[in-house]
Design a protein around this ligand. Sequence first.
Ligand SMILES: Cc1cc2nc3c(=O)[nH]c(=O)nc-3n(C[C@H](O)[C@H](O)[C@H](O)COP(=O)(O)OP(=O)(O)OC[C@H]3O[C@@H](n4cnc5c(N)ncnc54)[C@H](O)[C@@H]3O)c2cc1C
Length: 421
Amino acid sequence: MVDADQTFIIVGGGLAGAKAAETLRAEGFSGRVILICDERDHPYERPPLSKGYLLGKEERDSVFVHEPAWYAQNDIELHLGQTVDRIDRTAKTVRFGDDGTLVRYDKLLLVTGAEPRRLDIPGTDLAGVHHLRRLAHAERLKGVLHHLGQENGHLVIAGAGWIGLEVAAAAREYGAEVTVIEPHPTPLHGVLGPELGNVFAQLHHEHGVRFHFGVRLTEIIGQDGMVLAARTDDGEEHPAHDVLAAIGAAPRAALAEAAGLEIADRAHGGGIVVDERLRTSDPDIYAAGDVASFPLALFGTRLRVEHWANALNGGPAAARAMLGQDVTYDRVPYFFTDQYDLGMEYSGWAPPGAYDEVVIRGDAGKREFIAFWVKEGRVLAGMNVNVWDVTEQIQNLIRSRAQVNIEALSDPHVPLDDLVS
Ligand SMILES: Cc1cc2nc3c(=O)[nH]c(=O)nc-3n(C[C@H](O)[C@H](O)[C@H](O)COP(=O)(O)OP(=O)(O)OC[C@H]3O[C@@H](n4cnc5c(N)ncnc54)[C@H](O)[C@@H]3O)c2cc1C
């Protein structure tokens, strides 16, 4: 039984960490809750950093998970701007801060998130090369896009993933020239496959984004510390005043690895291995959010999910498991994006190779449709584009593993609920 003498430590102050702290108190935990984060800002949500906040449509204050006063009001001991650099599993302590403060834990939650992958090419140290993960990055990039828009300047984006495309949309709204370099033949290739990737390619073409598929950046050319151009492996030079490296993120699992916790192999996305209760290979240590690799029985695989909803739900689930509650974390992965006037939600998991066909319900040309990724008659994933309030039905369909009639699946007049037998 949990009692007031216990200390629960949360390492990482992103959405998963803040929501875990909230849940511990909401569930009546009366012991010490210590939240340590290496960022100086209070825990905040990242999706607006490449959308509303970047576009200047959302205020800085709107991104925070809680008001700053909330932490003291809920007796959460917050240590911001402090890095945890060691976990001693025998003594059950974590060490943090410049002075190497040691605190003992009864239960520990690792929600250390992910960090942007770096381009390993000449020129990445130039002042005009950017990444986007933190609020400070977004503040800087916002200024850059504004300036590029005013000066008719060029932004080269390495990577046509979610962040690359969202920033491309924002940059076009500021009026900047945008070139996207992507080694795969379509945007979002590893998530959506070629069929639906083309919907996003078309959308961005229509808004004036130039794509170069099938090539990689090899060098960022500069002069006096400033970016002048970006070179690709086909020998072409692309004019650039700034470059955004948006080539994915890597889990921040080094702390866990150094403590001897089990780490997933790269084929499963890396990250800290947890069971369905979000418990690591040490029974007193849990992990959630972007850094955790959890088993998802529905898809018969282990997954690491770098999405907002996984932090929002995973942090609280881990907190409940730490309190000894019976938890099975088996959420259908969910993601959303907004680009120009396109809004979409994606539920499920269907990377290329996992599905046989893509079935469209609605009008793909008008970008008002639902796409379903199907394998042997079962829906693995669904993406609703400018069609709303269908996520629950799509997720029910995925969960049901029902054998669906493909014609009915593609017919907007057949209610989705009717397909779940
Ligand atoms: C620009 C951007 C846009 C996004 N847009 C979307 C979207 O539209 N839809 C969507 O579903 N998802 C989106 N995401 C993904 C979503 O934001 C992440 O999945 C979510 O932030 C993960 O939360 P987390 O708490 O697991 O990790 P994080 O938010 O990464 O938080 C982890 C925190 O731990 C800190 N930390 C790490 N190691 C240590 C240590 N040793 N000591 C102390 N502190 C440490 C980190 O600095 C960080 O503050 C976006 C992400 C980004 C970057």
